[in-house]
Design a protein around this ligand. Structure first.
Ligand code: GTQ
Length: 351
């Protein structure tokens, strides 16, 4: 039998007494905690959980009676992992929230070092402006506001608009370099016309001779209509992954890599009757269901999902998906951070 790193030596009275004496010098024995510091495999504080949209929608809309978008700066209900309450975290490294904007409202321009994505859950007519360039939201669209770009949200339509915010706030807070500031004037001046980023970078061409940012995608609006039609077409190819169905990553046209340095984003299609193989990864996954009904089984927990629901699969949890109808699932994860640091691992099957 090889040595186990998860065994802890006995805490004898003499040792406890000794620990007390070194404690005043801000020192502690490694051998009491080593098994926790170096667990055999990842141990996550987060739990698998699903937020059913139909149950929370009324409470979310009520937030508009409580506070304006302008007063709140961002009117968001934070999705707190049930075993990490009060930490504004959905997983160790990631933050998620549901943001509401009502017709005519403005969420004022600001910028921050954490990176953000918006995935549109309900409504139409609202926009996010990045450096003054508007991206008009439709359900299932992905909009990026990478680190340190100016952004505001507004609404020219007539129905409530809700989106899922995903940010790397817990990671950036942990590392330390949190910076944020409001735009120093009443409103951000208009920038390029809406759609400029797509014309410039989103048609398999790049501006001749121009420097393209490398830390994040120069495209900040990925439209569901195009994503969906690509996945639907690919589903006919029978080229499906046993764990993931047809799963595509949104990428930067400049690098072919993730859309932001810290967060990667995906859309996957599971056909009706799909019963996926088991998968686990050191990355954590936050999902938003665009279409379809099904279940994701995470260890002993069954997460039942339908349109607009948000669910989370924490790091290193065995899980598999089942679809009762053709389903489209958006997801984001902290995978790129782990990959860059050489720490990412995944396993397929129950091995
Ligand atoms: O829309 O810029 O959910 O700054 C949290 C922080 C959204 C935003 C959040 C933010 C934003």
């Amino acid at each position: 039998m090889s040595r186990a790193l998860d065994a802890k030596p006995e805490t004898t009275n003499a040792r406890a007494d000794y620990y007390g004496r070194i404690d005043k010098f801000h020192m502690a024995p490694l051998w009491e905690v080593l098994h926790k510091l170096l667990s055999h495999e990842p141990v996550t504080q987060a739990s698998p959980h699903v937020w059913h949209y139909d149950k929370l929608r009324g409470h979310l809309l009520e937030s508009a009676d409580q506070i304006s978008a302008a007063e709140a700066e961002r009117r968001v209900l934070v999705l707190e992992n049930p075993t990490m309450r009060g930490e504004s975290r959905i997983t160790e490294a990631l933050y998620a929230g549901l943001q509401l904007i009502m017709p005519g409202e403005i969420a004022p321009a600001h910028r921050h070092s954490p990176s953000a994505l918006r995935f549109i859950v309900e409504g139409t007519g609202a926009y996010t402006a990045i450096n003054g360039e508007k991206a008009y939201m439709e359900r299932g669209d992905l909009i990026l506001t990478p680190s340190w770009v100016w952004h505001d949200h507004g609404h020219h339509g007539d129905v409530p608009v809700v989106w899922l915010d995903g940010l790397d706030i817990p990671l950036v807070r942990y590392l330390g370099p949190v910076f944020a500031e409001p735009y120093p004037a009443e409103s951000f001046p208009p920038g390029h016309e809406a759609g400029d980023n797509i014309a410039r970078y989103g048609v398999n061409m790049l501006p001749f001779g121009a420097q393209v940012p490398s830390q994040h995608s120069p495209i900040f609006h990925y439209r569901y209509a195009e994503t969906r039609s690509a996945l639907e077409r690919l589903a006919r190819s029978r080229d499906q992954d046993a764990c993931h169905g047809v799963k595509m990553e949104y990428v930067s046209p400049a690098t072919g890599g993730p859309v932001m340095a810290t967060i990667s984003t995906y859309m996957q299609r599971l056909p009706k009757g799909f019963h996926g193989a088991t998968y686990q990864s050191t990355a954590a996954w936050v999902y938003n269901v665009v279409e379809g009904h099904g279940k994701t089984i995470v260890g002993d927990t069954v997460l039942t999902w339908g349109p607009r629901d948000v669910f989370v699969v924490p790091a290193w949890c065995h899980h598999h998906h089942k679809a009762d109808s053709d389903s489209y699932l958006f997801s984001f994860s902290d995978l790129p951070i782990q990959k860059k640091l050489g720490l990412y691992r995944e396993r397929r099957g129950d091995a």
